[in-house]
Design a protein around this ligand. Structure first.
Ligand code: DLL
Length: 435
């Protein structure tokens, strides 16, 4: 059984009709139930009745992370708190977290979206999911969990950590699906190697990886080390959690956005003006069915490209290219913009390097220095320091040639860099810590 398949293959016109109906209802509700939205719309002179077509969404104000923070904790809720049955929150490295709420119906909607996500990844009732996304305020664990149960999949709610034990349980419970961050999947693969367990010979067939940027090179690495097909899943707590978009197993080429529940736009990061299909822009999302925490034109700060071309899987929903990173994760090193994932792609093309890496930024005088720490593969480390330095030098040159940024590459010995249990920390910015 593939759930709600008729929603995913709707002709565009029917889909847009549904979206408009839902958009109008959402705007109406936000205007009357949330002071923030009413004030913001009044400020622009926009009333709910002005929304006559989907393009009219552009009349509406953007919502930014700071607007959610200003209304901490429950000020953005569109229902009384006694109708809220669940809270999640994004970690908030600086100050207070961003709190989001769900009604009973929201939880149901989310579970169905996640069941559809798992179905798109090829999972079916009777399958088994090893769910190593973190449980707690983070939406990953419970999001995947409810979706698995909805689809009829047996789920192991293992969360992150205790990695050796996870390898044992994968052998014993014989899951067909693995869900976790790509960096944790790599940690699992390495731990299995240390335990002399060949994960390729185990039951796993599909990996559902997301919650952080990753590259095609990392996909190849994970697929070959785990003996699986890996698909990319995208979402954010402010919008619902995971369940906003996922790649289909058939094409594994861009993430289908669940457009019956989310209206998606790409805008210019600086001007907020719409960006045409096919060009990179900041993803902006309006929820179409959420009750407790609807969002209007939420600026995700994630950069992607939208592609409306039909997909071989038959879905008509627009696809977004994998997210290379958040605008606020973008490093500007001596005037050159660089996302950590671009560095990842280059490191992973170098066979003698391992996929474990971390970037450090320091300031010397007026200059920002980017240091790329990456572990060598065991055979390279075995050849000694000189060989490691040679590979470092080559990677440094590749980074300069392909990204245009000057970096210092240091090849480290095995296990010198931290292993991820959830979202990997890719950048340590000593400039910020010094402030
Ligand atoms: O990471 C929700 C999630 C859980 C998605 C499990 C997928 C799987 P937050 O903690 O609020 O929510 O972080 C959201 O993570 O704005 C992106 O910057 C980043 N992100 C999420 N998925 C991807 C992805 C969850 N597939 C933020 N590729 C988002 C790149 C991603 N970045």
């Amino acid at each position: 059984m593939i759930l709600d398949v008729e929603q995913e293959t709707l002709p565009r016109e029917d889909l847009q009709e549904l979206q408009l109906r839902r958009l109008r209802a959402t705007v109406e509700r936000c205007y009357h139930a949330v002071k923030y939205y009413r004030d913001a719309m009044d400020g622009l002179g926009v009333k709910p009745r002005h929304i006559q077509s989907l393009a009219d969404v552009r009349l509406l104000p953007f919502t930014k992370k700071e607007n959610l923070r200003e209304n901490y904790p429950f000020g953005m809720f569109a229902v009384p708190t006694d109708q809220v049955v669940r809270i999640h929150a994004s970690s908030g490295t600086t100050g207070k977290p961003t709190v989001v709420g769900y009604t009973r119906r929201d939880i149901r909607t989310w579970a169905r979206l996640m069941a559809r996500s798992l179905a798109a990844a090829g999972m079916r009732a009777g399958d088994r999911l090893h769910n190593a996304y973190g449980y707690g305020l983070f939406t990953g664990g419970l999001g995947l969990h409810y979706g698995a149960e909805e689809l009829g999949v047996m789920v192991t709610p293992i969360s992150g950590g205790q990695t050796q034990r996870q390898i044992m349980l994968i052998q014993d419970f014989e899951p067909t699906g693995l869900s976790c961050t790509p960096s944790y999947a790599l940690n699992l693969a390495e731990t299995a190697d240390h335990m002399n367990v060949d994960l390729r010979k185990q039951s796993l067939k599909v990996g559902i990886f997301g919650a952080e940027p990753w590259t095609e090179e990392m996909r190849y690495e994970l697929e070959s080390r785990l003996g699986i097909q890996a698909v990319d899943i995208y979402g954010l707590s402010e919008v619902i959690g995971p369940g906003v978009a996922i790649e289909c197993l058939e094409a594994k080429n861009g993430l289908h956005v669940f457009e019956d529940h989310f209206l998606i736009e790409a805008v210019d990061v600086n001007t907020g003006q719409p960006i045409p299909y096919g060009e990179a822009g900041e993803i902006v999302i309006t929820s179409l069915t959420k009750e407790a925490f609807p969002v209007i034109r939420y600026r995700t700060r994630d950069v992607s490209v939208l592609d409306p071309a039909p997909c071989r899987c038959g879905r008509t929903h627009v696809r977004m290219k994998r997210v290379t990173g958040r605008t606020d994760d973008m490093l500007i090193i001596r005037g050159v913009n660089v996302f950590p994932s671009q560095v990842e792609a280059i490191l992973m093309q170098t066979e003698t390097l391992s996929p474990f890496y971390q970037l450090e930024i320091t300031r010397e005088g007026n200059l920002d220095l980017l240091t790329v720490n990456v572990e060598g593969s065991p055979p390279l480390v075995g050849q000694g320091q000189e060989a490691m330095d040679r590979v470092a030098h080559k990677a440094q040159k590749d980074i300069k040639d392909f990204i245009g940024v000057t970096a210092k590459v240091i090849v480290r010995r095995t296990s010198e860099l931290p292993r991820s249990e959830g979202k990997a920390v890719r950048v340590i910015d000593h400039r910020k810590q010094a402030k």
